[in-house]
Design a protein around this ligand. Structure first.
Ligand SMILES: NC(=O)c1ccc[n+]([C@@H]2O[C@H](COP(=O)([O-])OP(=O)(O)OC[C@H]3O[C@@H](n4cnc5c(N)ncnc54)[C@H](OP(=O)(O)O)[C@@H]3O)[C@@H](O)[C@H]2O)c1
Length: 337
């Protein structure tokens, strides 16, 4: 079978290597998956550039998010059968409840955990979950990171509902899932971005307002003025943007911090935070329980993840370049078979 490898020291998509390797055999407690689709995330561009997610001189099979069919089960596996359609779970060690200190690494395709950019992969039987019955493999491959992260941001800890407003930022995988999940929960969605055509497409998807953050520096206050104050901002920029997000919130509202672009320390307005009892919460993808809840919602509401573009397996490096290039509207997916 064929597999892509990110050799140690390589930090450019040109350096990815397609190689022939033996078909892996599932051991006790493992399943083998015929890979149908793999989605790429912003994290994967960070891992390619390193040093985040790169373990010194170790070669790495990249990417974490897989959808496919189980084609073999190892000894002792009773919960899965050949033909089951599954995706991976991002964390090996987080079933339910708050995030444990040790979630079992930072996901597949990072550090010491080989990823899924291959024709077949072997995973622990408890590292996979049923994919939504109504989705294609390409659509389902968008769930493990982008979908579950958006679910956690919108419905975790302080879930939104009818009468609430949610602010989404940009049009990446997480933002568009957040828009769909918040809308399904009965909330209103307003958006900030930096391109007018992006705004038109966000409005067409159901956002009721769009503000261009590059031309309206006080975008958060502007959105609050239009919607009466939001219950939630899904901050897909990063910690350093938290202060800029606070004016969007109504009293008691939450900034769910997702983004890794502007990572680092935030300078916050203490009067606003304390006086209006605002909440700042970090989001770390999510648990198996959140993943299952998302699958149920996708099936119940017939949600279809938004795919910007697909790439054939042989052109995987182009997907990495597209991810790093920005300007996305939804997910980038590599179709494998
Ligand atoms: N904490 C977690 O567990 C977790 C999980 C998933 C993702 N993430 C992080 O969350 C972020 C979003 O992930 P994603 O997969 O949705 O990324 P993505 O598909 O690459 O999309 C990023 C989107 O954010 C927009 N954007 C970035 N900075 C912006 C800014 N300053 N103002 C307005 N728009 C901005 C981009 O717009 P342009 O097209 O204009 O560049 C793009 O639409 C990434 O930083 C990712 O690493 C974190």
């Amino acid at each position: 079978m064929e597999q892509w490898l990110l050799p140690a020291g390589v930090t450019d998509a040109e350096g990815l290597v397609l190689r022939e390797v033996p078909v892996p055999e599932p051991g006790p407690g493992e399943v083998r998956i015929t890979v149908r689709a793999v989605s790429i995330n912003a994290r994967d561009a960070l891992i390619l550039a390193g040093p985040f997610g790169r373990a010194g001189d170790r070669d790495l099979v990249p990417l974490s998010d897989v959808a496919g069919e189980i084609d073999a089960v190892g000894e002792g596996v009773t919960q899965w059968a050949v033909g089951d359609r599954v995706t991976d779970l991002h964390f090996a060690g987080w079933d339910d409840g708050p995030a444990p200190d040790d979630r079992g690494g930072v996901g597949l395709g990072a550090d010491g955990d080989d990823g899924v950019l291959a024709e077949q992969v072997v995973l622990r039987a408890d590292r996979v979950t049923r994919m939504p019955a109504n989705l294609s493999f390409a659509e389902a491959s968008a769930l493990p990171v982008a979908g579950v992260t958006a679910w956690n941001a919108v419905m975790g800890r302080l879930p939104v509902g009818p009468g609430d407003t949610v602010v989404v930022i940009g049009s990446g995988g997480v933002a568009l899932f957040a828009l769909q999940i918040a809308t399904a929960a009965g909330a209103r969605v307003v958006a900030m971005g930096r391109r007018e055509e992006q705004g038109e497409r966000l409005l067409a998807m159901g956002a009721t307002d769009f503000v261009n953050g590059t031309t309206v520096p006080g975008w958060a206050a502007e959105l609050a003025g239009r919607c009466g104050g939001a219950a939630k901002v899904v901050n897909t920029i990063g910690m350093r943007a938290v202060g800029a997000c606070l004016p969007a919130l109504a009293g008691g509202g939450e900034v769910a911090v997702v983004g890794l672009v502007e990572h680092g320390s935030a300078t916050l307005d203490g009067d606003a935070l304390l006086g209006r009892e605002l909440v700042v919460r970090g989001v770390s993808v999510g648990s198996h329980r959140m993943h299952r809840d998302l699958v149920a919602l996708v099936e119940r509401e017939h949600l279809r993840p938004v795919i910007d573009r697909t790439f054939p397996f042989s052109k995987a490096p182009e997907a990495f370049r597209a991810q790093a290039g920005g300007g996305l509207f939804g997910k980038l997916v590599i179709e494998v078979a």
